[in-house]
Write a protein that binds this ligand. Structure first.
Ligand SMILES: Nc1ncnc2c1ncn2[C@@H]1O[C@H](COP(=O)(O)OP(=O)(O)OP(=O)(O)O)[C@@H](O)[C@H]1O
Length: 239
């Protein structure tokens, strides 16, 4: 059978800040249509890896391949156009803009995109809580609603690969469950491929097809969510 390259294919990635090297020789694959989760304690390098994948940090070695193209030297906006959607840690919504304006900002870099009202309506169908408050200033929403808005702003462009940095951080359990259901629906119905950074173990194992565990800038454990040793993963993730 012919080898099919995973949608996202990271090889030998080394990334650092100034003198310090944070990631070394990281290899990670995200097959099309799957949810892959990256876990690990605070400070092991998960956000650094997502930023390097998004093109916000330049790697010192290694390759980022997407849909069989080498994107390693591509700028972030070019990766976004190629189909990357990124929801950073801390959400980074525009607090002084309304919910509706935040959603439209998701399309801003894509002036040629037609069907804006349809795109916005699609997001309101996915996130009914946002539909209740389209004119509300985003900064006054609850943490859970802000997270939903950040997700919607990334999803409005229908990215082929969604990069999510700790979507459950600081969010109440009922909204965590809503986000879990949404990610499952995205994977199952819309065929969105997801790379999720997450420290909330039950959430991660509940949604992921495949998991990587990171320690001190290197992948130390990987496997399907079903086969991974729960207690061992917990040891790596527990503070
Ligand atoms: N802008 C920066 N300049 C210098 N060092 C940084 C910078 N950002 C992160 N680091 C360092 O890189 C290492 C990895 O940080 P990173 O944020 O990638 O970890 P993380 O696993 O995502 O942790 P967290 O869950 O706390 O976000 C840490 O030691 C951190 O202090």
């Amino acid at each position: 059978m012919q080898y099919k390259e995973p949608l996202l294919n990271i090889r030998g990635l080394a990334v650092g800040y100034g003198q310090s090297l944070v990631l070394s020789d990281v290899a990670l694959e995200v097959p099309e249509g799957q949810v892959v989760c990256l876990m690990g304690r605070n400070g092991v390098g998960k956000t650094t890896l997502l930023k390097a994948i998004m093109g916000l940090l330049n790697p010192r070695a290694g390759q980022v391949r997407f849909a069989e193209n080498d994107l390693t030297k591509w700028a972030p906006h070019r990766r976004a156009k190629a189909g990357f959607g990124y929801v950073p840690q801390g959400r980074h919504i525009f607090p002084y803009l309304t919910v509706n304006e935040n959603l439209l900002m998701g399309l801003e870099a894509f002036p040629g995109k037609k069907g804006r009202p349809e795109a916005v309506d699609r997001m309101y169908t996915l996130f009914p809580a946002l539909k209740l408050n389209p004119k509300k200033t985003a900064g006054t929403l609850s943490g859970g609603q802000q997270q939903q808005l950040a997700l919607a702003r990334a999803l409005i462009r229908q990215p082929r690969l969604l990069l999510l940095d700790e979507p459950t951080e600081g969010i109440q359990p009922s909204i965590v469950q809503e986000i879990e259901e949404l990610l499952q629906r995205l994977r199952d119905q819309q065929d969105t491929t997801i790379l999720l950074v997450e420290q909330f173990l039950d959430f991660a194992l509940g949604i992921a097809d495949y998991c990587y565990v990171m320690e001190k800038g290197a992948i130390v454990l990987e496997g399907t969510a079903r086969d991974l040793d729960y207690n061992l993963v917990r040891e790596y993730v527990a503070v």
